[in-house]
Design a protein around this ligand. Structure first.
Ligand code: BGC
Length: 430
């Protein structure tokens, strides 16, 4: 009888131990270079027009919006970093499709609430979707990710549209990875870092890092001695082999074919990949008749990552019924199901580490242990996954790939609370 591991391999699933780290790093780096040169690449490498040298004014208060993924938050960011007067609601377009006017009305209403409480003129806006940045920090939405249904906004300058509905004003829009990078910089105290990464692994994923202007070949007229934060949109990396399960899951998303790398590591997709594995394994006879029957009768067409994660970890959340505990009630079924799903989390951790390593290497810094490259990580998948000790696995890989084998030094900074909002506030103050 075939083992669960053979079954996964046979369908193109590359287990964590089998991932060719060096090859993947080289491919990532070459995609980065192409993206920076404006050549065709799966990594858009979006210049943010923000450097990391500005001084954050102590005592300032900025009004901030945070369109994070499935949540839309607002509040006041103060320095030293804290968030006051918060509000949180579902992101417009997450539950049902919204039109252009309703979309901006929801945003404008929150600006009207928080703006009078701020001391700086600019509104900070953390916008966690792929968007081209302009030199005056507006954002032109390239496409939605995370299942947001507001098609009329694609291609619009979100800041300009919002301000026109507010009757004027100033805004600084930054991607959440850029904001997270800025937040790490603002809270570093007297630490000495040679460079910075902002990394998000939640519903979606992405990385921002600091690049030398002289390497950003697609922009002319930059000060060659300067540096700028680049929003890589690393989730859209596509030079990676995907299994049958990844492809089957992708085909059922609202955006088939887009963001392949994100769909292998981030929270919106790990549960759905697990479900594809379970369904295919049931057909191969891995489970009892009862389990197979219950699987095919699963009421919701998808499986949430939180349920797959809790199930693999053997954790029963008191206030939540986990469909997998019902489906795999039999101990033998449960054991096989865990063996089939654990590799999904292990693979995500190794891919996370390998791509972070590529960005650390790309900074060209971290040559001395006394000034490492700072990685500020944020997001629920990175911090809350239980199936594997996610952050520990990432660190172990980075130690090996960067420190032992390349003598490049990095440090994962302590988590900055509300990093995306704080960073957007900082962008408004700079
Ligand atoms: C978006 C990025 C964002 C990331 C993390 C992705 O789906 O394309 O812009 O930074 O999610 O929130």
């Amino acid at each position: 009888m075939k083992t669960p591991e053979d079954f996964l391999k046979e369908r193109g699933f590359i287990a964590a131990a089998e991932i060719d780290r060096d090859a993947l790093i080289s491919t990532f780096m070459s995609e980065m270079e192409k993206g920076l040169a404006g050549k065709p690449s799966s990594l858009p490498m979006i210049p943010s027009y923000i450097g990391v040298d500005g001084k954050v004014p102590q005592g300032a208060k900025a009004a901030v919006l945070d369109a994070g993924g499935t949540n839309f938050r607002s509040g006041i960011v103060t320095i030293p970093p804290a968030v006051e007067d918060r509000a949180n609601q579902p992101m417009p377009g997450v539950k049902k499709e919204v039109g252009v006017d309703d979309f901006y009305s929801a945003l404008a209403e929150e600006v009207r609430r928080v703006k009078p409480l701020a001391t700086v003129e600019k509104i900070g806006f953390c916008f966690s979707y792929p968007a081209d940045a302009t030199a005056d920090l507006d954002a032109k939405l390239i496409r939605w990710t995370k299942g947001i249904k507001a098609p009329g906004i694609v291609g619009q300058f979100v800041g300009k549209e919002l301000l026109s509905r507010l009757g004027g004003g100033k805004i600084a829009i930054v991607n959440d990875t850029v904001a997270t990078l800025l937040a790490a910089k603002a809270t570093e105290g007297d630490k000495e870092y040679s460079s910075y990464l902002g990394f998000i692994l939640g519903t979606g994923t992405n990385t921002a890092y600091v690049e030398r202007n002289s390497n950003i070949l697609k922009l002319s007229g930059l000060d060659p001695a300067g540096k700028m934060i680049i929003n890589a949109e690393s989730g859209s990396f596509d030079k990676i082999a995907r299994s049958k399960f990844d492809l089957a899951m992708d085909a059922k998303t609202q955006t088939p074919g887009s963001n392949p790398f994100e769909k292998m590591i981030s929270g919106a997709y790990l549960g759905p990949i697990g479900l594809e594995i379970f369904k295919a394994a049931a057909k191969e006879g891995f489970f009892s008749k009862q389990a197979a029957g219950r699987l095919s009768g699963l009421a919701t067409p998808t499986l949430e990552t939180i349920d797959l994660d809790n199930f693999v970890a053997g954790f029963k959340k008191p206030d939540r019924t986990n469909p997998l505990d019902v489906i795999f009630a039999d101990a033998t079924d449960a054991k096989i199901a865990r063996r089939l799903a654990l590799p999904v989390f292990e693979r995500a951790a190794v891919l996370t580490a390998v791509h972070l390593a590529a960005f650390v290497i790309k900074t060209g810094e971290g040559v001395s242990a006394s000034s490492p490259v700072a990685i500020n990580a944020d997001g629920s998948t990175y911090y809350k996954t239980k199936a594997v000790p996610f952050a520990d696995l990432v660190r172990r890989e980075l130690d090996d790939i960067l420190v032992k084998r390349r003598n490049i030094h990095y440090e994962i900074t302590p988590q900055v609370e509300d990093a995306p909002m704080v960073g957007a506030g900082i962008a408004a103050m700079l």
